[in-house]
Ligand binder design. Structure first.
Ligand code: NAD
Length: 389
């Protein structure tokens, strides 16, 4: 537990059904005269969807804009280079991201290379940015990564297949929008994958070596909300209450890991995502019970707390037995929302595990994991995730 810490999040976070209508006025208040709206082709084409509603509000406020719609899942260096070229060619002065983690990270990455040098791969690591990014607003449409409010920018180097993270307070958007009504049409499979990402982002900071008392509370409340709402959001996507619960949970989890960091689940998930271009939330979900089973001996009391937050009855059980129930609950959640059981489903190959383990231990998320592993132990964890049935 840390006793001296900074606590970072955007200065303004709009939350609730309908808040998206405020974005035009907020852009004007920030003196944005020509933002580059960063999104993907699918969202840009949805009638009355998140992008159209954003553009309508900007238009109503008299703010002109350009749209870059080339965001790819697991965004690549080529995406931020293309967005930067458009930003400069069309004389933009600010950035608005609309989408999930991929859109936000593309917008952050574009801002980074506009003001901190063209080669983002050299800026991987913690607090490497010397200059402020252009003003940035994030409109979030998945629940989710928390990227709309975090200091992380996750980009994939398409040449090396390495996913890397630029972690800096300068990456935090000035304003975040979390309007759950924008998520009513998120398909069940995507709801499950992104919801499991939020679940992992509530669990890893709770056992992180960098945790603090504020993040502890955020993690437990996020887990409770996910337990109450994720299954329903997957089964009945149009349930606004369940969507709102998940948005609140992903914000809490985002704030928690932004300040307490993550662990081996994310360090290893980045290898799966980079190597096989696999959906981030699914990578995290598949690794979660395997990694946390390994971590239990480092802080069993913490895992007992997690079991209670997940609704397990721990009365009369030893700490260790109660802790084990949290792993059972993690597996049950994955199963209920339809996550596959093995990383085979992502195209993983055992011959890649050695290099992936080496890179996982270098990933920024590895340093706050509660139990330290050797490369051989990480290879074993990948193998267990591969053999899981
Ligand atoms: P995503 O942004 O990659 O989006 C996945 C798909 O969902 C896209 O095809 C998109 O068009 C679609 N989509 C998004 N919103 C929708 C909506 N409202 N309705 C219908 N479809 C919608 O998915 P994600 O899980 O949000 O982001 C994953 C990325 O975020 C990964 O690259 C991951 O590494 C990164 N990440 C970043 C952070 C951070 O703090 N920066 C944290 C965790 C993960």
């Amino acid at each position: 537990m840390k006793t001296n810490f900074d606590f970072l999040m955007p200065s303004v976070n709009f939350f609730g059904p309908g808040v998206i209508a405020k974005i035009g006025d907020r852009a004007k208040m920030l003196n944005m005269t020509h933002p580059l709206v960063v999104t993907d082709k699918f969202l840009a084409g949805v009638a009355d969807g998140p992008v159209e509603q954003t553009l309508n509000s900007l238009q109503a406020a008299g703010v002109t804009y350009s749209v870059y719609d080339g965001v790819e899942p697991n965004p690549k260096v080529r995406n931020i280079q293309a967005a930067k070229a458009q930003y400069l060619a069309e004389n933009c002065d600010s950035i608005i991201t609309v989408g999930g983690g991929s859109a936000h990270d593309t917008g952050k990455g574009t801002g980074i290379i506009l003001t901190n040098g063209d080669d983002i791969t050299k800026l991987a690591g913690i607090e490497t940015l010397e200059n402020a990014l252009p003003p940035l607003i994030a409109v979030n449409t998945t629940a989710g990564t928390g990227s709309e409010l975090t200091r992380h920018c996750v980009i994939t180097n398409e040449e090396t297949h390495l996913k890397f993270v630029v972690v800096s307070w300068r990456n935090i958007p000035l304003v975040s929008f979390n309007d759950p009504s924008l998520q009513l049409d998120v398909p069940a499979k995507l709801t499950a994958a992104t919801g499991m990402d939020a679940f992992v982002q509530a669990i890893e900071p709770y056992v992180s070596t960098n945790r603090n008392s504020i993040t502890d509370g955020q993690c437990l409340q996020a887990i409770k909300l996910i337990e109450e709402n994720l299954r329903e959001a997957v089964a009945n996507g149009h349930n606004l209450e369940a969507r709102s619960g998940m948005v609140e949970a992903e914000m809490l989890a985002g704030m928690a890991f932004n300040n307490a960091d993550l662990g081996y689940v994310h360090a290893m998930a980045h290898q799966l995502g980079g190597q096989y271009d696999a959906p981030h939330g699914v990578c995290c979900a598949l690794l979660l019970p395997i990694v946390e089973e390994f971590n239990i001996i480092a802080c069993p009391e913490r895992f007992r707390d997690l079991a209670i937050a997940m609704g397990e009855n721990v009365d009369g059980l030893s700490v260790r037995d109660a802790a084990e129930l949290s792993i059972k609950a993690m597996r049950q959640m994955s199963k209920d929302v339809g996550i596959p059981t093995s990383i085979k489903a992502l195209g993983a190959k055992p011959e890649d595990f050695e290099l992936m383990a080496e890179n996982a231990l270098k990933d920024g998320n590895a340093f706050s994991n509660p139990r330290k592993a050797t490369k051989e132990q990480i290879v074993e964890l990948f193998q267990k995730a591969y053999d899981a049935e």
